[in-house]
Design a protein around this ligand. Structure first.
Ligand SMILES: Nc1ncnc2c1ncn2[C@@H]1O[C@H](COP(=O)(O)OP(=O)(O)OP(=O)(O)O)[C@@H](O)[C@H]1O
Ligand SMILES: [Mg+2]
Length: 260
């Protein structure tokens, strides 16, 4: 059966997205800057950068929230050692607070984190929309959003539903990482989301040629470099923020935080 179109000729599914976007805008009205941390490539350090940046900004005195937008593999709570669940007996949901940072993740509403979440795209998109619409962050200077890899479902929903200040693109010195970060950057551009800059993670300390290339191609800048350091694995396994413990890493994140 042919779907009914509105008098303006907009397809009903778009009307729903526009309406939800308005509700999310109202719900997140107290947030000054929403910043996504993104790369289409998995495992380049999006979650690591999101967490360390969020807690560095909080240490500098800003009011900060951290949203885990990775629905099927939410890692933020594990990295931070948060085992507490959100109270889902009433709406809106309230983020949990760790060291002054408000943190929300769907891991906080899932009973058994060992069970795989096997959902198709539309369900992921619905979960992101509902989660954004129903979480009360209050007033914040920064909401840092940890995105999953890929250029489809979840990143697309975040780009469509949130009025982001922009993305931090994460890459590593490996050419395949920069190639996928370039893809993410081009997707953001196509959807009219700004790119705040690039972070080269797992770096030798000297920015690689492939990172330089994507910075040029995207017409953006370098926000900072984070060296490869085993401390990240050790501290995150203990649920500790690495930038709070290691002076060199703290300095790297202080630099990145100044850039945003
Ligand atoms: N600078 C670094 N030096 C050494 N190890 C790092 C560094 N950054 C991140 N790691 C480690 O690399 C692994 C992947 O990091 P992380 O989970 O942050 O990546 P991701 O991009 O969020 O992954 P995914 O795509 O699965 O969401 C983790 O074990 C993390 O501790
Ligand atoms: Mg991640």
């Amino acid at each position: 059966m042919e779907e009914e179109h509105t008098p303006g000729g907009i397809h009903p599914s778009f009307v729903k997205v526009i309406e939800q976007k308005k509700r999310i805008k109202d719900r997140l009205g107290g947030i000054k800057n929403k910043i996504g941390v993104y790369s289409a490539k998995g495992g380049v350090g999006k979650t690591t950068i999101s967490i360390n940046l969020a807690f560095t900004l909080a240490k500098r005195g800003f009011r900060v929230g951290l949203l885990d937008a990775d629905i099927d593999c939410p890692n933020v709570t594990a990295f931070l050692g948060i085992t507490e669940k959100m109270d889902i007996s009433g709406f809106p949901l309230k983020p949990l607070v760790k060291d002054g940072v408000k943190v929300a993740s769907t891991a906080m509403i899932v009973d058994d984190m060992k069970k795989p979440i096997i959902w198709r795209g539309p369900i992921i998109a619905k979960m992101i929309g509902d989660f954004l619409e129903n979480t009360d962050w209050g007033d914040l200077d920064y909401l840092i959003i940890d995105l999953p890899p890929g250029t489809s479902d979840a990143p697309l929903s975040i780009m469509q539903l949130l009025d982001l200040k922009g993305f931090i693109l994460v890459t590593t010195p490996q050419r395949v990482a920069s190639m996928n970060s370039l893809r993410s950057g081009l997707m953001a551009k196509r959807l009219n989301v700004s790119i705040l800059g690039v972070v080269e993670n797992m770096s030798t300390g000297r920015i690689s040629d492939s990172t330089k290339d994507i910075i040029d191609m995207l017409g953006t800048g370098l926000l900072g470099v984070v060296k490869f350091d085993g401390a990240f694995n050790r501290y995150s396994d203990d649920g500790v923020v690495t930038a709070y413990k290691d002076a060199d890493i703290a300095e790297e994140f202080a630099e990145i935080s100044k850039g945003v």
